[in-house]
Ligand binder design. Structure first.
Ligand code: GDG
Length: 479
């Protein structure tokens, strides 16, 4: 077991990659939570006796490190206050809206900030205890932006990487943050700071130059202590092969057929799958669809919109309001436009197993992904991976990170309702040859740049960024 300062690779993320499930008998067990990050990191974690530090969920769950599925997991407990102030507060009430173009108004509270500092310190201390000499530590996402610096103070020998899964905003927005300098300095503790898009990296470097006053050149920051920090983009991706295999399985194909039948075998099935989040543009897309029904461009007898909205951050006020608004809109649209046995929108506020997601992707003629702002958006890439027949149309917001790669999607501005209506219709009415041409090109792109390629690119660059320590990670077997 790789404990007590012997881990060559440490992943530090807000959440552990497992969920605690309670059986009907009352017994509890851990189940790997579905997610690209675990899939990407599992092989390299195994090859390097890696350790994952993170919150197991729940309040005050104080647990010893444990092995799960060949990974060593090291839980960090959060108190009820910390969940409220660090997690729901500063992470999801301040940083999340600020980094997503102020789609909602960020709140700035000093107690939230204090809690963010405390929790970040605890994560850094734990990583410092567990990492072997000259080890590699990879810190994930917006909840832990202070960890790189705190960790470097404790362990200057480490090679430290940071990856931000959400957008990094332009200076004009970022500078609202009362603690802007501390966040920038926190990130500068890393040797390599990774972003989804080149624009995020450029925003960061510009802010460091303007606000912290360090010299920069292209993607490099020169610190006074002779250290350099590289800021670069690494667009995250999915387990392409895994999704395609799942989509090809008999059970998923059967399930896809059952879903279409249950919906009355519509000519066009539109699909949205998102966490119920105000950044995802669910409300606007449902309105666009309902106007097409109202205008007579579509008919409930042969078109239906399935919207899966996975419950998310339900204790945060903004998310409660969003849920009520969405419920009301769906009720009104179905009340006005549905017929007996033919609702216009089939709305599911629930989360589903991966198999069901794949069956939905298989069943959908038009996948609708219309965030106002999104770091990447994996749903768009998962849909593409599941369309092994080359059919299916993707309507994609210009403001999703994935729009940079998925050029052949029907791209839309989610603030432009008429534009969105036109794109939904074009996608639904496109000739099969046109759909195939676009889908084939997108499939090639995602197949080449899968999540394993993402993790390898980041870790290789981190090795390059900090060569004096000599010790490289062991490559994944077979790569
Ligand atoms: C953040 C960034 C960036 C959703 N519902 C269910 C379910 N999901 C899975 C999807 C997909 C994932 O959750 C959602 O990923 P997204 O990328 O769409 O969005 P965020 O959750 O906002 O993720 C985002 C991402 O981090 C990675 O860097 O792309 O921009 O915001 O994989 O399939 N999975 C299952 N049941 C559900 O009900 N099994």
């Amino acid at each position: 077991m790789s404990l007590n300062g012997s881990a060559e690779l440490v992943i530090v993320a807000n959440r552990l990659p497992v969920d605690r499930m309670t059986e009907p008998s009352g017994a509890t067990e851990w189940r790997v939570s579905p997610g690209g990050l675990v899939t990407a990191l599992e092989p390299i974690m195994r090859a390097n006796e890696g350790l994952w530090v993170g919150w197991p969920g729940g309040t005050d769950v104080d647990l010893e490190p444990f092995e799960h599925d060949g990974m060593t997991l090291d839980p960090i407990a959060l108190s009820a206050d910390e969940i409220e102030q660090f997690y729901e507060g500063f992470s999801n009430g301040t940083i999340w809206p600020l980094y997503h173009d102020l789609v909602a108004k960020p709140e700035f509270h000093r107690e939230w900030w204090d809690s963010y500092v405390d929790v970040n310190r605890r994560f850094a201390e734990r990583a410092a205890e567990r990492a072997a000499k000259n080890a590699t530590v990879w810190v994930q996402d917006y909840q832990l932006q202070l960890v790189p610096r705190l960790l470097r103070e404790l362990r200057p020998d480490l090679r430290i990487g940071f990856f931000l899964h959400i957008p990094f905003p332009p200076a004009e927005l970022f500078q609202q943050l009362p603690w802007r300098r501390q966040i920038l300095e926190g990130l500068l503790g890393a040797d390599l700071v990774g972003f989804q898009l080149p624009g995020g990296a450029a925003n960061f470097v510009r802010l460091v130059r303007q606000r912290v006053g360090h010299k920069t050149h292209r993607d490099l920051v020169y610190l006074p202590d002779d250290r350099t920090v590289r800021a670069e983009s690494f667009p995250i991706s999915i387990d392409y092969k895994g999704f395609e295999e799942l989509a090809r399985s008999d059970s998923v194909q059967k399930r896809a057929a059952t879903i279409r039948k249950a919906l009355g075998s519509p000519k066009t099935l539109f699909l949205g799958i998102d966490r119920l989040d105000y950044t995802k543009g669910i409300y606007a897309r449902l309105r666009a669809f309902s106007e097409l029904l109202r205008d007579g461009e579509l008919d409930v007898d042969d078109a239906v919109f399935v919207q899966v909205a996975t419950p998310s951050r339900e204790k945060v006020e903004e998310y409660r309001v969003l849920r009520d608004e969405t419920d009301r809109l769906v009720g009104r649209i179905n009340g006005d436009l549905g017929r007996i046995g033919r609702p216009a929108i089939s709305y599911l506020h629930s989360s589903y197993p991966r198999e069901e997601m794949a069956a939905l992707y298989r069943a959908a003629d038009v996948m609708v992904v219309t965030p106002y702002r999104d770091g990447m958006n994996l749903v768009a890439k998962e849909y593409v991976a599941c369309r092994y027949d080359g059919d299916g149309a993707l309507v994609l917001s210009e403001f999703a990170g994935s729009a940079a790669e998925l050029r052949q999607a029907w791209q839309v501005n989610p603030y432009d309702l008429n534009g969105m209506k036109a794109a939904l219709l074009d996608a639904a009415r496109a000739e099969p040859r046109e759909r195939q041409r676009r889908m084939r090109a997108m499939r090639k792109t995602v197949e080449k740049a899968d999540v394993a390629a993402w993790a390898t690119a980041f870790l290789d660059e981190l090795d390059e960024a900090r060569p004096p320590h000599g010790k490289k990670l062991k490559p994944t077997p077979g790569s």
